[in-house]
Design a protein around this ligand. Structure first.
Ligand code: NZQ
Ligand code: ZN
Length: 387
């Protein structure tokens, strides 16, 4: 176990009938606010009215910036920054999933600088201050509600980059599982896949051979995510299942799983971001394609941890090699069971595109200093995912 510092400033308000807290919690941070949301799900499921009533009752002056798309775009964030500056907002409120929360984070950071917000994503500028951000989460997936990460697609260059800074952590996030009852089966599954990927990125890339507490924590989260995802696919309004899935997805990327693991990487995300940026496929769908391919390549290099994964998560027994490969197959079969794609061809991406995808991913590999991922390695992983 390595030395670590764990600090997460986000206040979580979890449970039913909590949306009404967003007004008072935000009013404590500022009076003029920018409300950021997506394409329309919150209007259809009544969350928009609940949030607006709470913000208005708290006496807030509200400007709105709706229209965030999945795999959110830099151009839409730039427009949000213009609006935030023009209205001189003092706080930002995000109501939605990871795309909305990440856009709101970028607006909260970009509103306080004169340079283009994309400079943060290219690691050319550092984030020194942000407007305070509060969130109402409506989709269990990205974990953005309790972390300092944000991911945007540059619509001009088709790069999808992520940046992390503790200042991006929401001050308050409201997690009411009933708000996710309306999440359709595809995004329910993609969210579960994304959360599993967040866990496995750290589980398999830590170089520390002895992290028993973290291993059991992460293995338990993966088991819970799979079970609760199946529960809510069977019954979308299953509160217990939605609550378990929501909290597990938040825990998957709020810093707790990575504590003590030392240096870890995000290679599967580095590759997936190019699939989302170039083909606009859902982030979780891209991950269920990349994950088994990356795992098969990695398992050949370090079978031990993959064997442990197979034994503990899927109750496999046998040789180290057989448990490692069978564990990956069980996970891939689970992705297929929840209808998340497991090959490039299933989403209409041809193997002939692999060099272009790899070239695109290289840019992020360099920014994230994933030194072991040159073009050949990325192409090898994509080729394993292509059939
Ligand atoms: O736009 P609306 O109408 O709201 O519809 C959304 C969207 O179409 C819909 N939705 C959300 N809540 C709903 C709902 N539909 C019905 N009922 C509800 N309650 O779901 C669709 C997907 O929403 P989105 O926010 O895109 O999904 P998700 O939460 O998975 O976020 C994906 C984004 O998060 C980024 C990804 O790259 C991707 O851009 N990530 C952010 C991370 C972070 N900040 O730490 C880490 C992750 O690895 C990830 O990269
Ligand atoms: Zn992710």
């Amino acid at each position: 176990m390595q030395n670590f510092v764990l600090y997460n400033p986000t206040k979580i308000i979890f449970g039913t009938d909590t949306v009404g807290e967003i007004g008072p919690e935000t009013a404590a941070l500022g009076r003029k606010i920018l409300l950021v949301y997506g394409q329309g799900s919150i209007r259809r499921n009544g969350v928009y009215e609940q949030v607006l009533a709470s913000l208005a009752a708290a006496g807030l002056e509200i400007s709105e910036h709706g229209g965030v798309v999945s795999n959110p775009l830099l151009s839409h964030v730039r427009a949000g920054i213009e609006l935030a500056k023009k209205k001189q907002v003092e706080a930002v409120v995000a109501v939605g999933g990871g795309s909305v929360i990440d856009s709101a984070k970028a607006i909260a950071a970009g509103a306080l600088v004169e340079h283009d917000v994309w400079q943060f994503f290219k690691a050319k500028k550092s984030i020194r201050k942000t407007l305070p951000l509060t969130c109402v989460l409506t989709l269990a997936a990205a974990g953005s509600e309790m972390n300092g990460g944000m991911v945007l697609t540059n619509d001009e260059t088709r790069h999808k980059f992520g940046v992390g800074n503790r200042l991006l952590c929401p001050r308050v996030s409201i997690l009411d599982p009933t708000l996710t009852f309306t999440v359709p089966p595809d995004y329910t599954a993609y969210g579960a896949v994304d959360a599993i990927a967040h866990i496995l990125e750290f589980y398999f890339t830590t170089r520390d051979p002895a992290t028993p507490v973290q291993d059991r924590f992460m293995e338990g989260l993966v088991i819970n995510i799979m079970a609760s995802c199946e529960q809510v696919l069977a019954n979308p309004s299953d509160y217990q299942g939605r609550a378990d899935l929501m909290w597990a997805a938040t825990l998957a990327l709020n810093g707790w799983t990575a504590a003590g693991l030392g240096m870890v990487g995000f290679p599967m995300h580095m590759i997936e971001h190019s699939l989302s940026a170039l083909y606009n496929i859902a982030h979780g769908a891209g991950l269920s394609i990349v994950m088994p391919a990356w795992m098969r390549r990695q398992a050949r290099l370090r079978p031990g941890k993959f064997s442990q994964f197979g034994q503990r998560v899927f109750n496999l027994a046998g040789s180290e090699e057989s448990c490692a490969m069978a564990g990956i197959k069980c996970l891939e079969e689970w992705f297929a069971r929840v209808n998340s794609p497991t090959s490039l061809s299933q989403v209409g991406i041809s193997a002939a595109d692999i060099p272009v995808i790899a070239e695109n991913a290289l840019a992020l590999a360099r920014i994230w200093r994933l030194n072991g991922y040159g073009k050949e390695v990325i192409m090898d992983i994509l080729a394993r995912a292509s059939a």
